[in-house]
Ligand binder design. Sequence first.
Ligand code: HEC
Length: 130
Amino acid sequence: MTNSTILKAMGLCLLAAVAGAAPAAASQEIAGDARKGAAVFKAKCGFCHAIKADTHKMGPSMAGIYGMKAGTTGFERYLGLRDVDFVWDNETLDGFLKDPREFLGRGTTMPTEMRSARDRAHLIAYLKTL
Ligand code: HEC
């Protein structure tokens, strides 16, 4: 074997390894990055949501939202989140942020649909820090 065949063979192995790893990575949970989440939040959520406790804008405050029972921030104008019984964790936040109306199965005044699973993972990582 010449050096170049060895190199080609190594290249093919590498390609195979990358191709094999891709589907596995996609089905795994995406690691959220709170810093990227902060940027997404500023661009898409900050208009309606303050991060200061007890400060409500068009939507409820996000302070301490992770681990909190949904609809209990003291915000007075809940609609879809009135009288619900679940806690905000990775799964509920991911479902709600993806499609609030479908997730709640009723009307809601939270309009934003985050279609990117990656952005949702970043956002959730950020919400955990608030
Ligand atoms: C146009 C204003 C608006 C935007 C933009 C918006 N929201 Fe909301 N959000 C609301 C309102 C209003 C509610 C209450 C919904 C209801 O009760 O139907 C809400 C509820 C929530 C809740 C549940 C809070 C609780 O008290 O249980 C979370 C979490 C949330 N929003 C996160 C986000 C994130 C993250 C983004 C950005 C991707 C975002 N929102 C964008 C208005 C908005």
